[in-house]
Design a protein around this ligand. Structure first.
Ligand code: NDP
Length: 283
């Protein structure tokens, strides 16, 4: 019997890279699905990115992730951008189709996939806290998934308005900006609230997202992007008010599922990926 010793090659180009757990998540899923595939966690600076991309193409990689600081820089090396990546202006996942490189942004897709486990985004009113990379990806993907409205709550007006403009000019969702001063009250008509700031991320686990928790009500979905710890103060407060909660680990897992599907065509079992993260960071 002839053997095939060629592996499907994937990986990540970021700097720094040592604390990125994606390699453990991806390789566990590859093993679980009996794929002869590898994921290499590579430390690559923006100055080295061109060589890394050309090397990946020369070696026939199926694709790769880009993380900080390469998500914008990588666009210069690609042949095509998927719709949401174009709107977000950043790429975290590249697919290699015989040397033709397509840039995707799967951060927001991972969020929407995770959201779908508890609610359909179609026709819903979103309030997104923050206006950085994660917020922008979540706003764009939620709008493309059919959100009725997106309200951006942010301290910095310029960053917040920029996200509002992207949504208003390119999608069917209406978008508004609320300046974040003191404890913000969430508008009553909001269906889905998302903390897309870094507030609460380990080790700063005691930090509170400044919202008036009394403005939350039962039946609303409250989602957090923070994956460590999975249960943040915000989610605890929201659960106490009868809200449906969604943790950031689900977003991370679903982003990895989307990446794996784009590279291998396999619909991965998210529970295998989740178990790796729970094991590494605590459930
Ligand atoms: P950015 O630095 O691009 O943006 C951070 C945003 O948070 C800014 O809008 C900033 O507001 C806001 N912010 C930070 N601190 C405060 C504060 N004290 N009060 C109010 N607003 C604040 O970060 P990213 O968007 O890239 O990442 C945000 C978080 O999302 C990170 O914790 C990251 O780990 C997480 N993330 C999770 C993913 C997952 O799969 N679970 C995927 C991607 C990211 P301002 O503009 O006013 O400065």
């Amino acid at each position: 019997m002839a053997h095939n010793f060629m592996s499907i090659l994937t990986g990540s180009f970021a700097y720094p890279a040592a604390e990125n757990p994606t390699v453990a998540v991806m390789e566990a899923a590859y093993r679980h699905h009996n794929l002869n595939a590898r994921y290499l966690n590579c430390e690559v600076t923006p100055q080295q990115l061109g060589d890394a991309v050309h090397g990946a193409v020369a070696m026939g990689w199926a694709g790769f992730n880009c993380s900080i600081p390469n998500k914008v820089e990588v666009i210069g090396y690609l042949d095509e951008l998927a719709e949401s990546a174009k709107l977000i202006g950043a790429v975290n996942c590249v697919i290699n189709r015989d040397g033709y490189l397509i840039g995707e942004n799967t951060d927001g897709k991972g969020f929407v996939e995770s959201l779908r486990t508890v609610a359909d985004p179609t026709g819903k009113n979103f309030a997104i806290l923050g206006a950085g990379g994660a917020a922008r990806a979540i706003a764009v993907e939620s709008a493309l998934a059919g959100a009725a409205s997106i309200t951006i709550v942010n301290r910095d007006l310029g960053r917040g308005q920029a996200v509002v403009d992207i949504i208003s000019e390119n999608t069917n969702s209406t978008a508004t900006f609320i300046p974040w001063v003191g404890d913000v009250r969430i508008p009553k008509s909001t269906d889905i609230i998302v903390n897309a700031t870094s507030i609460g991320l380990f080790p700063d686990v005691d930090a509170r997202v400044p919202i008036d928790v009394d403005s939350l009500h039962a039946g609303q979905v409250v989602a957090d992007v923070i994956h460590n710890p999975p249960i943040t103060h915000l989610l605890t407060d929201a659960a106490a008010r009868g809200c449906i909660t969604l943790d950031g680990r689900g977003m991370l897992v679903n982003q990895a599922r989307v990446n794996m599907n784009l590279w291998t065509g396999v619909d991965a079992d998210g529970s295998v990926m989740r178990a790796v993260l729970d094991d590494l960071f605590g459930a």
